[in-house]
Design a protein around this ligand. Structure first.
Ligand code: 13P
Ligand code: SF4
Length: 321
């Protein structure tokens, strides 16, 4: 509509005026991803978002995603202003791993190396030895396990279980979950597979093990997009947030994509896998963040926490290079 076009123009003007760049996650709405692409920003997984923001010369990063992504950007780029469309975009993994309890858990096992998923607060990262994202978690745990480290893993229990299975490592696992991926159901997925016997199944490892077991490819958002391109099948059943279809369809325009079923309480739901916090990233909120900045949009991480969290984050980035 004319209104949305005008909003986008306003945002483009503001991005230039503020020397800002838009960094968006694959789970944000297609129009946000398109705008990031159009304006020289980036659309990517959480590892690449962190790297892009760090390396980009802009003075201001506007991070369309959830809070931990904004915090990670700020930890890596303290000299930049980091804005978010809303500071209320949380993540159930971050919320389910409060720093006080997590510190107690770690303190009870002082001989363990602490590995945390990027989906955590700056304070939890500051208590960790390593930060990992889903695209690098397997390699890092494999490396630590081969060196004989005892490992604490937090917070996603399903990703932790998947890593254990793949690497043979045995980890003390925090029992968090992603409210979106935890809803995928193996039984309904099996039924859907039976209806589409020619389809490949793509699954994000935050999904329950029974769902992961049915997959032809398991991986982070960027790895799933790559798998969609390289797998020979022309039909794909995809178990991750539906925001991913924008880029996945762009990457393989001729393939047919089917959303994997979710649903608790016996009710099966198709087209329900969408993170409510990612969905808070709208055009109006982006415009307001660029225009107003300040208390309701700017990410701050206290310097002591930042310096501590930077160590495990840098370890990950150096390992990934
Ligand atoms: P990745 O993009 O790193 O796979 O992360 C998935 C996720 O849940 C982000 O919210
Ligand atoms: Fe967190 Fe899941 Fe939402 Fe990602 S999709 S931000 S892991 S709740």
């Amino acid at each position: 509509s004319a209104e949305r076009l005008q909003l986008k123009d306003e945002i483009k003007t503001l991005l230039k005026a503020k020397n800002a760049v838009l960094v968006a996650h694959y789970y944000t709405d297609p129009e946000i991803q398109a705008l990031a692409e159009e304006t020289g920003g980036c659309v990517s997984d959480s590892l690449e978002m962190a790297r892009f923001g760090k390396n980009h010369p802009a003075e201001t990063l506007i991070v369309a995603g959830v809070r931990f992504m904004g915090e990670t950007s700020k930890i890596l780029s303290p000299e930049k202003t980091v804005l978010m469309p809303t500071l209320e975009a949380e993540c159930s993994l971050d919320l389910g791993c409060p720093i006080e309890e997590f510190t107690e858990f770690c303190d009870a096992h002082p001989d363990h190396t602490v590995v945390v998923y990027a989906n955590t607060s700056a304070a939890v990262k500051a208590r960790a030895d390593w930060v990992v994202t889903s695209s690098i978690a397997l390699e890092i745990v494999e490396h630590l396990d081969s060196e004989g480290h005892k490992i604490i893993w937090a917070p996603d229990r399903h990703l932790g279980a998947y890593i254990e299975k793949q690497t043979g490592a045995s980890m003390l696992r925090w029992q968090g979950a992603c409210i979106v991926h935890d809803e995928f159901r193996a039984k309904a997925l099996k039924e859907l597979k039976a209806q589409h016997p020619d389809a490949a199944v793509l699954v994000h490892p935050e999904s329950p093990p029974s769902v992961v077991e049915l997959a032809d490819a398991v991986g982070s958002t960027s790895q799933l997009i790559k798998a969609a391109q390289t797998l020979p099948q022309n039909k794909l059943i995809v178990a991750t947030d539906k925001g991913i279809f924008y880029k996945m369809q762009q990457a393989c325009p001729d393939k047919e994509m089917v959303e994997a079923p979710t649903g608790g309480n016996g009710a099966t739901c198709r087209s329900c896998a969408h993170c409510p916090w990612m969905a808070m990233n709208g055009l109006v909120a982006i415009r307001d963040a660029l225009q107003e900045g300040g208390a309701s949009h700017e990410i701050h991480v206290d310097e002591e926490t930042r310096l501590k969290a930077l160590i495990p984050l840098d370890r990950m980035l150096n390992f990934a290079e």
